[in-house]
Every structure is written in structure tokens, then in C-alpha cells.
Design a protein around this ligand. Structure first.
Ligand code: PMP
Length: 437
């Protein structure tokens, strides 16, 4: 029997001194209550009420090796025993930089930081320093972290914004409290639309420092780039002297060892990676062309952070990447194959129960939506999905022993097995049955 009494009580207790009751605003959206984890191993997580789940939330993406992976845990413990952070330089930084440059097709050099948000902040700074220009083009439905200079209104984020703030800016801020001028340099465009991209870039080329894009719109429907779109983005930015930043915080080390830019054969000027790179430990990186990264070498661009490149972070990233790289990255094909079985099975169950839904999948990540459309290939269509119904489904899935992100994005790890997929499909069948009654 699904129990939530202890989680509920802890949430009430947490709210007394922990602002918002959770450590990251999105987590408060889980229904029927934010759950409290007790422990987790592999593809399974146990909460404080004793419920056990097959986990497809995977901590919002990082846990590509699953929970408490033995090899990764050993590497972390070894690093901790040696001294977890020095404020001095150490071999781990060099090894990680060498490995990233070897693996990431677009990186001549890398810089290390602690979160995706920080990596994006650095990439934007590098782009501005390199071009001497200010403006940044970003796209509707993409998410690039929560820093003031890039955080815009993000459907599903559950964050409130004042009406005044909404009316004042053409680019809506993502949250109250964001400085009014923070988004002045942002140009917000629809994604996957070559016409608006080309006309905007040509009209403002003299002011635009960078275009930042997720390679796949993972944060809003897992929508793939149209054929030729990323290529056109690459071609135009190159022609017009604009830095092309590919935000691979989700897709890096998830869609393949070389991330989406290897998968799609695109060479951005800068790439940001995080999440899966550290297997669940806080670490991120910017990689890119030597001519842009050199602004850090010359100290024209400041890149700071007390815990950047700490021993635990570098050991975790090295262990995660080496594990993923075994047998030439064979684990990616395995994850993809299992996940296709799962998404195909869910589509069949939706069909069987006459429920309209779409699942957009790119390798080891997919987005499931309840929607009366045949396909979801742009942000406007994505916004027509029934997110309330999905949240209800995610809640029913908890009762069936499957942990999902309430917004529809599913991740798989290297340690999920066929038996997990089979059990999940039975759970989906039951949850869909309850959803329609
Ligand atoms: N970029 C993208 C594409 C992301 O999905 C995220 C996080 N979901 C970020 C940046 C920010 O990363 P972090 O939460 O580690 O700051």
C-alpha cells in the first residue's frame, strides 16, 4: 500500500525553516506531496514511508549510472579520503580536461564549474567578451538555468511572476525579483523556425553576441530539431560572427559520449554540459574553440568558483565518463533499445485505452504528453498538452511504484533492466485504467 504520512509530516516540518520546504522550487510540484527519499540503489529508490519505486526521475537527469553506483561510489570515497578540495591544483583537473577534450568534438579547451546554470553564465560571458557585442538570442521553451541574465518565463516551472513585471518587459522574466534590466539583452525567438532566425540574425548581427539553444528541446516536449535547422543555425552564426552556444546540460553524456553535437554532427563554438557528466555529483563544464576559450587564458574573462574542479567533482566526472565510455559507449545503444521498448509499449497502452497522447523520444530521454494531436513538433503545440492530466498520471504511477517527473520527462539509466521495463508497463496499464475512470 502506497503510504505518504511520513513524507507529508516531513514536508510540514521542513517548511518551518527551509524556505519553500524544498531545496529547488520545481520539487514542490510533486503530488500528492513532495516525497522524502530514504535510500536508493541502481534503478530503485525507497522513500521514508517504505514505498519502493522504479526511478525514471533520476534526480532530474544526472543519474545516468543509476543510484549509488559501486564504481562511482568507490571513486568518490577515494577522492574524499585523499582530501576533497584543496583550493590548489591537482591531477584530477588535468585528467578531466584531457578526457573532455578527447571526447567532445567541439572542445579544444574546457573550463570547470559546479552547475549547469554556472556553465551557461560562463559561456555567455565568453561570447560577449569574444565578440564585443551584448545581445543574446534564445528560444521559447528552452531552459538555460536560473541566472537573472537568461531565465525567462518557463511554462511548467510553477513560478509566479507579477503582472507588472509581465507587462513591463517584452521578454517575460522567469521570477519575481529578477532585475528589470536583466533581460534587456535577450531576444526571444521561436525555435525550429529558420525564417525568423535568419531575419533576426541578419537585422541585428552587429549587436548579437550569441545564440544559445538546446540541441533537442528537452525542457519542453523533447522536440527534435527540424532537418537542417541546427546546420542553418551553425551556418548563419558563422557567417555573421555570432557565437553559437549549444546547451547540452541535459544531452551531454546522455545522448551519447559526444552528446547531441556528435549525434547530429554539428560543431558549436561553445558547449555547456552538466547533469549526467558527474553521475549525480555537482560538476559542469564549458567546452569550445581555443580562440574563444583563450579569453580565460589571458585573464580577460574571469572564471571563478571556490569549489570549481574540486577533487570529488573531478573524480566523479572521471569515473562516470570512463564507465560510460567502456566498450566504445555500448551502454548508449542498450539504454536506447530498452527505452524504445518502454515508449513503444506505452504508446500501445494509450492506443488500447483510446487515450490521446504523444511520446517524443531521443535516445535515453523521452517526453510523454496527453494531447489531442498526432505529433508535437513545436512549442505552441506542446503548450496544448493536458498537464493536469499528466500530473494526475504521475501521481497514480507513484501509487503503482514508479517515480516520474510530474511534467512528463522520463530518463533511463545504464542499470535499468528489461524486468524494470516490464514492471513499468504493467504499472502504466493500471495507472491509465484509473486515469480514465
Ligand atoms: N541548461 C539546461 C538545458 C538545463 O536543462 C538545465 C537544468 N535543467 C540547466 C541548464 C541548468 O542546470 P542546473 O540545474 O545544473 O543549474
Amino acid at each position: 500500500m502506497f503510504q505518504i504520512d511520513k513524507s507529508k509530516a516531513k514536508y510540514e516540518q521542513a517548511k518551518q525553516h527551509l524556505a519553500g520546504g524544498v531545496a529547488s522550487s520545481l520539487r514542490a510540484s510533486m503530488k500528492p506531496t513532495p516525497l522524502y527519499a530514504e535510500s536508493a540503489k541502481g534503478a530503485r529508490l525507497r522513500d521514508v514511508d517504505g514505498n519502493e519505486f522504479i526511478d525514471y526521475l533520476l534526480a532530474y537527469g544526472p543519474l545516468i549510472l543509476g543510484h549509488a553506483h559501486d564504481g562511482l561510489t568507490d571513486a568518490i570515497l577515494m577522492a574524499m579520503r585523499k582530501g576533497y578540495t584543496y583550493g590548489l591544483q591537482h591531477d584530477g583537473e588535468i585528467e578531466l580536461a584531457d578526457l573532455l577534450v578527447e571526447i567532445l568534438p567541439c572542445a579544444d579547451k574546457v573550463a570547470l564549474s559546479g552547475s549547469g546554470t554556472e556553465a551557461v553564465m560562463l559561456a555567455l560571458r565568453l561570447a560577449r567578451a569574444h565578440t564585443g557585442k551584448r545581445k543574446v538570442v534564445r528560444f521559447h521553451g528552452h531552459y538555460h538555468g536560473w541566472s537573472d541574465s537568461i531565465f525567462t518565463s518557463f511554462p511548467g516551472a510553477g513560478l509566479q511572476q507579477s503582472t507588472a513585471a509581465k507587462q513591463a518587459a517584452t521578454v517575460p522574466p522567469g521570477t519575481m525579483g529578477q532585475s528589470e534590466s536583466s533581460l534587456e539583452d535577450i531576444i526571444l525567438l521561436p525555435w525550429n523556425d529558420v525564417v525568423s532566425l535568419e531575419s533576426t540574425l541578419r537585422a541585428h548581427a552587429g549587436e548579437i553576441a550569441a545564440v544559445i539553444s538546446e540541441p533537442v528541446m528537452c525542457n519542453s516536449g523533447c522536440i527534435q530539431p527540424n532537418v537542417g535547422y541546427l546546420e542553418e543555425l551553425r551556418r548563419l552564426t558563422e557567417e555573421l560572427g555570432i557565437v553559437f552556444i549549444l546547451d547540452e546540460v541535459i544531452t551531454g553524456f546522455r545522448l551519447g559520449l559526444g552528446g547531441a553535437h556528435e549525434r547530429f554532427g554539428i560543431k558549436p563554438d561553445l558547449v555547456t554540459i552538466g547533469k549526467a557528466m558527474g553521475g549525480g555529483i555537482a560538476v559542469s563544464a564549458v567546452g569550445g574553440k581555443a580562440e574563444i576559450m583563450k579569453h580565460i587564458d589571458t585573464a580577460e574573462v574571469s572564471h571563478l568558483g571556490t569549489l570549481n574542479g574540486n577533487g570529488v567533482a573531478t573524480a566523479a566526472a572521471l569515473a562516470t565518463i570512463r564507465e560510460l565510455a567502456k566498450d566504445n559507449g555500448a551502454v548508449y545503444a542498450r539504454m536506447e533499445e530498452l527505452f524504445i521498448k518502454l515508449s513503444t509499449g506505452i504508446r500501445e497502452l494509450l492506443h488500447k485505452r483510446h487515450i490521446s497522447g504523444v511520446i517524443n523520444q531521443v535516445g535515453p530521454v523521452f517526453h510523454m504528453m496527453f494531447i489531442d494531436e498526432k505529433e508535437v513538433n513545436n512549442f505552441d503545440t506542446f503548450n496544448k498538452r493536458d498537464s493536469g492530466k499528466y500530473a494526475r498520471f504521475a501521481e497514480l504511477m507513484l501509487e503503482e511504484g514508479v517515480l516520474l517527473r510530474p511534467n512528463g520527462l522520463w530518463y533511463i539509466s545504464a542499470v535499468h533492466e528489461q524486468a524494470d521495463i516490464d514492471a513499468t508497463l504493467l504499472a502504466v496499464d493500471r495507472a491509465l485504467g484509473l486515469l480514465v475512470v
